[in-house]
Design a protein around this ligand. Structure first.
Ligand SMILES: [Zn+2]
Length: 280
């Protein structure tokens, strides 16, 4: 971790914020992937989001979820139920590609096999999670082929969430809440370059008015939690920035395609997360 981390995060967020147009709100969401198994790391993540009232999109792997696991996950977040957007992360997070980039829903599979997995994944989450399930689809490894996107649309999902530029362009009418910042899986060979690029990504995303941050709790160490906490404080200190999850974004957009620049989303359309929301 750079010694001046706190200063650098603040400078990055402030500089990005200053680039927003007058009256423009910078929307920021965080998406935690590979959710299903409760554990210390997951508990710590949820506690931190709850402490700062920060909403979180949780991408749940259907085949990994059991009734007992869901009871525990739900219990961890029970005091802040409105913060969480539980949605679908593929079916079983299995790579079907023999070569090239990993995909669960790629060209190696038949359309009927893809459709089967999408449907049974959703069914399982609806059975276990019930009304807390929100119909957005995050494909494992952030990518899927165009047939999959068409099927997502056919089965009335409200949006897909891939990595920026890592999937085919969405068919008309299907919103893609893509992530454009990856906090943990940096590819740079040296740490200094990794930090620089991370701050550049973050700044570019926030200043565009649309920032989607991907996190993986299994890979988080103390430093990663510390980073996130400083980032939350820096974001929450700026009134032009609004933390959201998918449900807010969908409600606001109400079916229109997402436009990255000057999205036209209004801060007044976004829910207030600061109130206690204990499950009864
Ligand atoms: Zn994943």
């Amino acid at each position: 971790m750079p010694a001046d981390l706190m200063k650098r995060i603040r400078m990055c967020v402030d500089a990005a914020c200053d680039q927003l147009l007058a009256g423009q709100v910078g929307y920021i969401f965080l998406r935690a992937d590979d959710v299903a198994v409760p554990g210390i790391q997951f508990y710590r993540l949820m506690q931190m989001f709850a402490k700062y009232h920060v909403p979180l999109c949780l991408a749940v792997v259907p085949a990994w979820l059991t009734p007992a696991r869901w009871r525990q996950l739900n219990d961890i977040g029970r005091h802040r139920v409105r913060l969480w957007c539980w949605h679908q992360h593929g079916w079983r997070h299995f790579n079907h590609q023999m070569a090239g980039k990993k995909q669960e829903f790629g060209p190696k599979r038949t359309q009927s096999a893809i459709e089967n997995d999408i449907i049974r994944g959703r069914q399982r989450l609806e059975d276990l999670i019930g009304s807390r399930f929100y119909p957005v689809f995050t494909p494992p490894w952030n990518r899927c082929d165009f047939r999959t996107l068409k099927l997502i649309q056919k089965h009335d999902y409200l949006a897909v969430s891939t990595g920026k530029g890592s999937a085919e362009p969405s068919p008309d009418g299907l919103t893609n809440f893509y992530v454009n910042v990856d906090l943990h899986t940096r590819k740079e060979a040296n740490p200094a370059a990794g930090w620089n690029n991370l701050f550049e990504e973050l700044k570019a995303a926030i200043s565009s008015g649309y920032c989607g941050i991907m996190i993986h709790h299994q890979r988080m160490n103390d430093a990663a939690y510390e980073f996130l906490e400083i980032l939350f404080k820096a974001i929450l200190a700026r009134k032009k920035l609004q933390l959201v999850h998918f449900e807010d974004l969908v409600q606001v957009l109400n079916g229109s395609r997402f436009r990255v620049q000057g999205s036209g989303l209004r801060k007044s359309d976004i829910r207030n997360y600061s109130t206690q929301d204990t499950e009864t």
